[in-house]
Design a binder for this molecule. Structure first.
Ligand code: PHE
Length: 366
């Protein structure tokens, strides 16, 4: 035997002795104890004792540094093998305990998994609001802004600023709902149309003006299929230098096409409004029958539907708000929002809008 050989036998013996002296636990012997553990907390304690900082395995790992190179490798391999084996056994037990604990928790909380979950039904905007939004969007696309004004209004803005004669029937109590009588200067009423906002807006802004004004209006009307005492209008006003009647017709024809369909045609019939001159009512071809059905439910067979009132702003209105009629011209229009909705969707009774019947409302989810 050479000296070298002798030395290597010597080393092997040392290694064996060292490994024997390592006080490593045998994981398979611990299995029975692991199986007996019933809770996550207890298993956590067991983990700490056997793999934690103060554990035998941790101590032996620390000792590795003191061993000569040849021994360190083998000893390290053994320690890691034991550690991994033990960790696997603990993990498997943890999985089983977790399932049991979850089941126990569900039983304790009494959750009945057969109970139907709650259903939250999501509502939608009212059809009137949908139409207001759609009409506003069409005019925003044409460069208009949206404006608004008060519903409790001075008679001045509702009538006088709008060139309405003192003896106009609209001023009667039988037509308009008054809040406060008095001097013409502070007589208060519930506005009968959205037109007072024309005057308010022009007073507060320099021309050019391009606005639409959606809002609630009030009239002393009895409820029937075509009247509600509280209803909605959308007003339009365009004031600039050189605006002509052809601008009115072109703009409103474009609105009708966007709102009712690209084949829609319009016609203007002479009419009277105190604040426009000349004035007109605008009809559109019936989107439902397009004039082809003499018994059409929507247009009554005429092929035409009345859509809105309009006209060129009367110079007296410009005077009342401080604009110079020599500098600017303009047109205005006003449409009943319920009317627009009825024409568009073939609704035959205005009362549907306020009945709050879900069978009606649910047909217009938006
Ligand atoms: N304000 C009018 C109405 O309520 C409608 C209208 C507005 C007419 C603007 C012409 C110009 O009937």
């Amino acid at each position: 035997m050479t000296e070298e050989q002798e030395e290597s036998i010597d080393l092997d013996a040392k290694l064996d002795e060292m490994l024997l002296n390592m006080r490593l636990p045998d994981p398979s012997e611990l299995q029975a104890r692991i199986d007996a553990i019933a809770t996550s907390d207890d298993l956590g304690e067991f983990h700490k004792d056997h793999l934690g900082r103060g554990s035998v395995i941790a101590k032996e790992l620390k000792n590795l540094g003191k061993l000569p190179d040849e021994q360190r490798k083998e000893a390290g391999r053994r320690i890691h093998a034991v550690r991994q084996d033990l960790q696997r056994r603990i993990d498997a037990r943890q999985e089983a305990i977790s399932i049991q604990e979850k089941a126990g928790q569900i039983a304790a909380e009494g959750i009945d998994v057969t109970l139907d979950s709650r259903h939250y039904s999501i509502g939608s905007l009212h059809l009137i609001q949908q139409v207001i939004d759609e009409v506003s969007d069409i005019f925003i696309g044409l460069g208009y802004k949206v404006a608004d004004g008060p519903e409790a209004e001075l008679a001045w803005y509702n009538f006088d600023a709008l060139n309405t004669p003192k003896d106009h029937p609209g001023r009667l109590e039988s037509d308009t709902m008054y809040l406060d009588y008095g001097d013409p200067a502070d007589e208060m009423l519930l506005r009968a149309h959205t037109s007072p906002v024309q005057a308010r807006y022009m007073e507060a802004h320099e021309p050019p003006v391009y606005i639409v004004v959606p809002g609630k209006c009030y009239r002393n009307d009895t409820v029937d299929a075509s009247h509600l005492p509280v209803f909605y209008q959308i007003e339009g006003l365009a004031v600039d230098s050189g605006i002509q009647f052809s601008d009115l017709k072109g703009t409103l024809a474009e609105f009708a096409r966007q709102f009712l369909g690209p084949r829609t045609e319009v016609r203007l019939r002479p009419h009277y409004f105190p604040f426009t001159e000349p004035s007109a009512e605008m009809d559109a071809t019936c989107p439902s029958c397009e004039g082809a059905n003499t018994s059409c439910r929507v247009c009554g067979g005429s092929g035409w539907l009345e859509l809105l009132g309009c006209g060129m702003v009367d110079p007296n209105v410009f005077d009342a708000v401080g604009y110079n009629p020599a500098d600017v011209t303009g047109f205005a229009f006003g449409a009943g929002v319920e009317r627009l909705a009825m024409v568009r969707y073939g609704i035959e009774d205005m009362r549907h809008f306020v009945d709050n019947d879900l069978r009606f409302l649910a047909q217009f989810p938006g």
